[in-house]
Design a protein around this ligand. Structure first.
Ligand SMILES: *Cc1c(COP(=O)(O)O)cnc(C)c1O
Length: 227
């Protein structure tokens, strides 16, 4: 697509999304497999939060978009431990921290790199072999150790419902994630402050908002289908 065509398509989609999303919900543009030209168009239209799921792809794009200094970069993919330092150096947010060992590694690296990344803990409300993340009892058991990760700002829960559920079941997963955050907040922690809910994608974001999402991660509905 030419830049004028991109402008029209992305502008129209963004208008539509903004009408459906309250101002209090943070709109994160998922730009994996999206060209930097399309990202610039979204930026021109006011988008400042971009999410990537692969470090390598993100590194190339961040270099090409260096002049856009006020972008907030979010990492949303499965993070391998050998990429943890890059994730900390290049992203202000990591939504997909999915196990304690990774959190502890990020904590050490954050101290070394003098960074304090914002972190969401990825949780699986129901079993899902296709996704990583803590099961609820395992997460509750790991909370004291996570609370000790002082160099991380652990501020939220992230969830992705299993693919293909009925809307009512998807809504229930989002509500249970919301309730889990409430439950965690009721305990006293020195570091954990779970007041963000990263949930909702192109197909289910209205349900996520209904359940109290604070950050929606939208790809296809903003940029069109990925090739
Ligand atoms: C790809 C992706 C999204 C965006 O998905 P769409 O269906 O394109 O909106 C959101 N979150 C994560 C973790 C993703 O990997």
């Amino acid at each position: 697509m030419s830049v004028p065509e991109l402008k029209e398509a992305i502008g129209d989609r963004l208008d539509h999304i903004r009408q459906a999303v309250p101002e209090s919900v943070r709109l994160i543009a998922v730009s994996k497999q999206v060209s930097v030209e399309a990202m610039r168009v979204a930026y021109e239209a006011g988008v400042r939060d971009f999410a990537e799921s692969r470090i390598q792809e993100a590194t190339v794009k961040q270099e090409q978009l260096q002049d856009l200094t006020d972008i907030t970069w979010h990492f949303i993919g499965h993070l391998q431990s050998n990429k943890a330092a890059k994730a900390i150096a290049q992203f202000q947010w990591i939504h997909s921290v999915d196990n304690l060992k990774l959190a502890q590694r990020l904590d050490r690296l954050a101290a070394e790199l003098n960074q304090s990344p914002q972190i969401c803990l990825q949780v699986k409300i129901v079993p899902d072999a296709n996704k990583s993340g803590w099961a609820v009892p395992a997460l509750l058991a790991d909370l004291p150790a996570l609370d000790a990760c002082q160099h991380l700002k652990i501020v939220g829960l992230m969830t992705i419902p299993p693919y293909g559920l009925a809307p009512s079941d998807t809504l229930s997963i989002f509500q249970r994630t919301h309730d889990l955050a409430d439950q965690i907040r009721q305990q006293t922690w020195s570091n954990l402050q779970i007041d963000q809910l990263s949930m909702g994608m192109s197909d289910d974001y209205p349900l996520a908002i209904q359940a109290g999402s604070t950050m929606i991660r939208l790809g296809r509905i903003l940029f069109g289908e990925r090739s």
